[in-house]
Design a protein around this ligand. Structure first.
Ligand code: SF4
Length: 166
């Protein structure tokens, strides 16, 4: 059975920086009942505590820049949390390899999990197109990453993979 890596906060776990979750319903619940879902929070796995100050990728840079050591992930108070974000991404990838996961559903907008957009690094609430650090690393290794608004697309990809496996 194909398993799916899912941001823990989408499953009701209170691991967001502000100590809340953002639980989803529907397909996620079905996949949970089927035993497909592997919950994962890159920031917790990277060693960050909850609650924690918000962090953003430095302005003008991308998650790819962070992964190649050319940019940092910073807290608003100036704390550098790059190492924790990179470690969380690497652990997410290791988890995918362990469970042969080819699909991930991650929380949109997060500096770790963002799929189509992330905050712009100015802590002003503005977003820009781009990926989070974990999303980028998983995508780089061929894992199909969707956000919580793309569950139907994820379901199509899942059907494709299961058809290919017979
Ligand atoms: S968005 Fe990602 S890193 Fe942030 S709390 Fe959810 S799972 Fe953890």
């Amino acid at each position: 059975m194909q398993k799916i890596l899912v941001s823990s906060c989408l499953l009701g776990e209170k691991v967001r920086y502000d100590g809340r979750s953002c639980a989803q319903d529907g397909l996620l619940r079905l996949w949970q009942e089927e035993g497909r879902i592997v919950p994962f929070c890159p920031e917790s796995e990277g060693g960050l505590s909850t609650p924690r100050p918000p962090a953003e990728i430095e302005p003008g840079h991308s998650a790819e820049d962070v992964l190649r050591g050319a940019a940092r992930v910073m807290r608003e108070d100036g704390g550098d949390v790059t190492a924790a974000f990179v470690q969380g991404a690497e652990r997410a990838l290791a988890c995918c390899w362990k469970h042969r996961i080819k699909i991930a559903i991650l929380k949109e907008g997060s500096p770790s999990c963002g799929v189509a957009c992330v905050h712009d690094g100015t802590f002003s609430g503005r977003k820009k197109p781009g990926q989070g650090v974990t999303t980028r690393l998983l995508a780089r290794h061929g894992i199909s990453v969707f956000h919580e608004g793309q569950l139907e697309l994820a379901a199509c990809r899942l059907a494709e993979l299961e058809r290919d496996c017979g």
